[in-house]
Design a protein around this ligand. Structure first.
Ligand SMILES: [Zn+2]
Ligand SMILES: [Zn+2]
Length: 383
């Protein structure tokens, strides 16, 4: 009884104070339902003078225009596939100020802000329209409505992929240079891709993925590298891709994609790019030419490299060790031979042949200055 009396007196106080402000029903509900209870709140709403032409002091009648905003968000998100979403809003400072002002005047504590209420209402309606669910932690897409600038942004959570590529044509670089104008950030002249030509392995993979996922940019992570002139055979070189802002999240992927000189194999969607260092071995064929005539007796020493560790000295002073597991050689002419070997990934092949800060190296071993003319990858084995 006491409780109700207290509330009734609060109702008349509230009424009196509210005569200064006109608030819409949504704002009244949000601000006063906890204080008055729903029965008294209903009385407050019905008994107060009707001011149809006056806009809500706080939200300027935002809540009666919700459907217009929902439509604009849906327009902005057209083409995006998602099963979960989150709505964010940037409100005009005046709306937030007035919301704060009313709350402190009526000493309303622990009540949702106008921003929370707006995003929740938008979320509720979008859920009905899209059949997707609201998710706070890691939604497929985030809608940001900026009421100051009248903009509607959609950003999709990245999709990660793993795959392998083979390269059957020489002269294709592995990496693509960034767009010269924006240095990879994305600009009008590169159509926001960050790259403006597509003649490398990276460019060809990117082009395919732009089309397949409706993404504008990708970030590649490579497992090892090769020369422009190298072939990559066998199962191919593994790589990972992060797709930035993809429209599609689960397109059907085939086992093999041909892309002018390269083949993309076993592309599949993964949860994230592994953070650990990926250790791998490469099966490589090297074509080597020599300064002096080759002495077969010295060439035999190459076999001793098997199961030996090789030290690589970097300019930074760092020393790395790599192993050679199997190594075979074949003399081709007086001044040329080939090596087939299985070695740890990341061994700098040209330096290993020519002898720059790599010990032991082929030039020293056969006592003849060597040049690595070409190297191809027969396979890459991930451990
Ligand atoms: Zn309002
Ligand atoms: Zn650019």
């Amino acid at each position: 009884m006491k409780q109700i009396n207290k509330r009734v007196s609060q109702l008349s106080d509230t009424k009196l104070m509210l005569s200064e402000y006109h608030l819409c029903n949504s704002c009244l509900q949000r601000l006063f339902v906890a204080k008055l209870g729903s029965t008294l709140l209903k009385r407050l709403v019905t008994e107060r003078p009707q001011k149809k032409l006056v806009k809500c002091y706080i939200c300027k009648n935002f809540f009666s225009e919700l459907d217009t905003y929902v439509k604009k968000i849906l327009d902005a998100s057209s083409g995006f596939e998602f099963s979960s979403f989150l709505v964010g809003a940037v409100l005009k400072p005046s709306v937030l100020d007035k919301d704060d002002q009313v709350r402190s005047k009526f000493q309303l504590k622990g009540i949702d802000s106008v921003k929370t209420d707006i995003t929740r209402e938008l979320g509720r309606r979008l859920r009905r329209k899209t059949k997707a669910r609201v998710e706070f932690i890691s939604p497929d897409v985030t809608f940001t409505v900026n009421f100051r600038k009248e903009t509607y942004e959609v950003s999709a959570k990245p999709v990660f992929l793993a795959g392998r590529y083979t390269k059957s044509k020489r002269g294709i670089p592995q990496r693509q240079n960034s767009c010269e104008k924006c240095r990879g950030r994305g600009c009008n002249s590169c159509h926001f891709h960050g790259i403006s030509s597509f003649d490398s392995v990276e460019g060809k993979i990117a082009k395919f993925l732009y089309w397949k996922f409706g993404s504008l940019q990708i970030k590649m992570t490579w497992i090892g590298g090769e020369d422009n002139s190298s072939l990559v055979l066998g199962n191919g070189r593994p790589f990972f891709v992060k797709l930035i802002n993809p429209k599609k999240r689960k397109p059907k992927l085939v086992k093999k994609v041909l892309a002018a000189g390269i083949t993309i194999n076993n592309l599949k969607i993964i949860g994230s790019i592994p953070k650990r260092v990926i250790r791998f071995k490469s099966n490589i064929k090297l074509q080597i030419s020599t300064e002096k005539e080759i002495q077969t007796s010295k060439l035999k020493r190459i076999r001793n490299l098997e199961k030996n560790s090789i030290s690589i000295y970097e300019n930074s002073g760092k020393e790395n060790k790599k192993n050679v597991y199997v190594i075979k050689y074949k003399k081709r002419s007086k001044h040329s031979f080939t090596i087939s070997m299985v070695a740890d990934g990341g061994l700098p092949l040209k330096r290993f042949v020519e002898g720059r800060n790599v010990i032991p190296n082929i030039s020293d071993i056969i006592d003849n200055h060597c040049k690595c003319e070409q190297f191809d990858f027969n396979n890459i084995i991930v451990r």
